[in-house]
Ligand binder design. Structure first.
Ligand code: ADP
Ligand code: MG
Length: 724
């Protein structure tokens, strides 16, 4: 009786679906790598020598872009893009929604005689003007005009995005208001990058590197995601509109893969993976895919690390590409942090290091004492930064959707601590125990260095429960959610590192000026850092019940939800920090805070309305139909003089009453007028609406286990997760 049952129809459609045959790579990955990117190599080939030199100076040494050069670049870029079949160009920017926005324009300009010619000037390359009022700006719009500008980020290469309906030249840009305030995620990445580099170079100079090259932050983001069949996705209004299931009983424990479908999994997903890999290669995004065994239907991809701003752009591009390629394969790619309640969620681990072409990775423990000392100062700066500004790292990953994942014993807790690994923890232990008083030998440094050469070996056991772990040559920030841009965490990391490196440089410079031996100065700096900030180092189990108690004793913040974390953005310390390093002014910080509140309110309100709608129009009718069938059965039995067993009818009637009551309570909670203060409004949603949604869900999920299968309208967890 599949009749109008959307779910049963979806199952039939899935069974009948024939996925496209896996594409065969006709070429070596190396051949197509970067094929659609206007890369440095392409520029070198196509630009006059002097122009190329000038652009390169901007890319590599952050020198301002010469406007005359822009015209020459635009012209070469246009010719290249037209050869690649592009008809349009787009300034691509990253508004505070966390999504990617594009403003498309045609290359073709009509001319007097009715024909058209392809034009693209330096000015159009360098600057665009989308309407700023259509994007969240957290109050920056009220006092300023709606005008907003996009500006080319010369450091992130332009590329051609292929589409069956025509190719587009995409230019990664920043997005700022008319008064220069950042309305996007890219601008602060670039600003914070500069701030961090300035301070890092001071430290490098102290270690004897003359005129060091700019230091950049590197970011490698491991992306987790789910794939489900499109037919199921389309039959779930909650997934479609909110990105996560608002209903759905957990799959039976110990669920084995259904043999019937097992065979289909590898080929279909593999086809998707090969296809995405190929697309990403063409766009110069170095991807490597692989399965993730944690949850059924869940996978992971880890592209090679890149400079933070490029990595952030590529990360956004990766998500867009995954979404569109999945559709091509009859699937939907889910990036929500917790699409399925009770099933492992998805994160986006941000691997982070600092370095440049000359000094290499500054978080790589060297094997000479001198290198070690430099490494230890950078590492000490990380310890200071994360301890002093843990709240800012926390707020950089705060969102209504990530709240469902953080602290849920599958992702790191909301308490920000650092895992150093046994060896490094031991080194800092020694420093704390008076390494500073040890004498130097022959001009080299002894900071308990005996153990240091070992550091390049296996860093020891991985600690999966730490939000911020040293993994041998980088730190891995594990709290970011799968849906989030890596720009947020990178801005925080750069800025708090700028402060910490500034502190280190100032301290060391003063000591040297006072005639203190440099090695001794390093020793005392490090022991001061450990004494003051060592509380953030935690090598134990972050999932344990004892940790929050101990963390509190250590004075570490435990900002459980987004509502607890958002005020961090406007704390006096944060505002001082960001303005000192010219990353955000006071107004920009307030704007980010307000957008954070708005986004939370928007997300939860949409979910609440969907819960009401699906509960009222889909779940309740199915349950009532079943109840009616049972009642008819009881009546028929009675009429026939047979004693009727009422237990099934009672079993379904209980949750139906609960569902009705739950829906009424939720409707009341949603109708409650919002507080004017955005944080209070968001808080009330957290405290009143989310629990009301949970009550509706509990009743509905109970019904899922009772109502006859042929009447149940929503694809189940089992179906969505195991049938691919
Ligand atoms: P694991 O599963 O051990 O965490 P993966 O290979 O899945 O490791 O992912 C590691 C990620 O870290 C990749 O994106 C990789 O490019 C990145 N990475 C490696 N070295 C660095 C580094 N020095 N700085 C930043 N990211 C790095
Ligand atoms: Mg990892």
């Amino acid at each position: 009786m599949s009749g109008n049952n959307v779910r049963l129809q979806a199952i039939k459609d899935v069974e009948a679906y024939v996925p496209p045959a896996p594409i065969l790579m006709e070429e070596q990955p190396g051949e197509i790598f970067g094929e659609n990117v206007f890369s440095i190599q392409v520029m070198q080939r196509r630009l006059p020598k002097s122009v190329f030199k000038s652009v390169l100076a901007t890319i590599e040494h952050s020198e301002p872009l010469d406007p005359l050069v822009a015209d020459a670049v635009a012209s070469a870029m246009k010719d290249w893009a037209l050869e690649k079949g592009a008809t349009h160009y787009a300034h691509v920017f990253y508004p505070l929604t966390g999504l990617t926005a594009e403003k498309h324009d045609s290359f073709l300009d009509p001319v007097g005689d009715g024909s058209a010619f392809a034009s693209f000037s330096g000015k159009t390359l360098v600057q665009g003007e989308p309407d700023a009022s259509s994007f969240p700006n957290g109050g920056l719009r009220q006092t300023f005009e709606a005008r907003g500008y996009t500006g080319w980020d010369v450091m992130s290469p332009a590329y051609v995005l292929e589409n069956p309906n025509g190719n587009t030249l995409c230019i990664p840009t920043i997005f700022i208001s008319m008064t220069g305030e950042a309305l996007d995620h890219k601008t602060p990445v670039l600003r914070s990058q500069q701030a961090m580099s300035t301070q890092a170079k001071r430290v490098l100079s102290l270690f004897g590197h003359e005129n060091p090259e700019n230091v950049v932050a590197y970011c490698g983001a491991e992306q987790e995601y789910f794939l489900i069949d499109s037919h199921f996705f389309l039959a779930r209004p909650d997934l479609l509109n909110a990105g996560r299931t608002l209903f759905g009983a957990k799959p039976p424990k110990g669920q084995e893969f259904d043999d019937h479908y097992f065979g289909a999994i590898p080929s279909r997903v593999l086809g998707f993976m090969m296809d995405t890999e190929r697309e990403l290669f063409k766009l110069g995004s170095p991807a490597k895919t692989r399965h993730n065994e944690v949850a059924p239907g869940q996978f992971e991809i880890a592209p090679m690390f890149e400079r933070a701003n490029e990595a952030a752009d590529h990360q956004q591009l990766l998500m867009t590409t995954f979404k569109s390629v999945a559709k091509k394969h009859g699937m939907e790619c889910l990036f929500h942090e917790k699409p399925f309640d009770g099933v492992n969620g998805s994160g986006k681990h941000v691997n982070f290091s600092l370095g440049n072409g000359t000094q290499g990775n500054l978080l790589l423990p060297g094997d000479t004492p001198h290198d070690n000392a430099q490494f230890l100062v950078f590492c000490g700066a990380v310890i200071r930064a994360v301890h002093k500004y843990g709240g800012l790292l926390r707020v950089s990953v705060a969102s209504a959707s990530n709240d469902h994942r953080l602290g849920a014993n599958e992702a790191p807790p909301a308490i920000i601590s650092i895992f150093l690994g046994d060896q490094l923890a031991d080194v800092f232990d020694q420093i704390a125990k008076g390494g500073a008083t040890r004498s130097k030998e022959k001009g080299t440094l002894t900071i308990g260095v005996d153990t240091l050469p070992d550091l390049t070996k296996d860093p020891g056991d991985r600690n999966r429960t730490s939000p911020f772990a040293f993994t041998g040559n980088r730190f891995e920030f594990r709290a970011p959610g799968s849906l989030q841009t890596v720009a947020g965490p990178m801005v925080m990391l750069n800025t708090i590192m700028a402060e910490a490196l500034d502190f280190c440089a100032t301290n060391l410079e003063a000591a040297v000026a006072a005639g203190t031996d440099f090695n001794e100065a390093v020793q005392s700096l490090l022991s001061e850092i450990v004494a003051e900030h060592g509380a953030v180092i935690f090598n134990g189990n972050g999932y344990s019940d004892e940790w929050p108690i101990e963390a509190e004793q250590r004075g570490l913040k435990n900002l459980r939800t987004t509502i607890d974390a958002l005020p961090e953005l406007i704390s006096p310390e944060a505002i001082e920090l960001f303005s000192k390093y010219a990353v955000f002014n006071d107004r920009e910080m307030h704007s980010r805070y307000e957008v954070g509140c708005e986004q939370y309110i928007l997300t939860v309100t949409v979910e609440a309305n969907l819960t009401l709608e699906i509960g009222t129009t889909t779940v309740l009718p199915a349950a009532i139909r079943y109840q009616t069938e049972l009642a008819a059965n009881v009546a028929a039995l009675k009429a026939a003089g047979v004693e009727a067993d009422l237990s099934t009818l009672t079993a379904v009637s209980g949750p139906i009453a609960d569902l009705r009551a739950g829906l009424a309570a939720l409707a009341g909670a949603v109708a409650h007028e919002h507080d004017e203060d955005p944080l209070l409004a968001a808080k009330s949603l957290r405290d009143n609406v989310l629990p009301a949604m949970a009550a509706v869900r509990t009743a509905a999920d109970a019904l899922e286990g009772i109502v006859a299968d042929d009447l149940w309208p929503l694809p189940t967890y089992q179906e969505m997760l195991y049938i691919l």
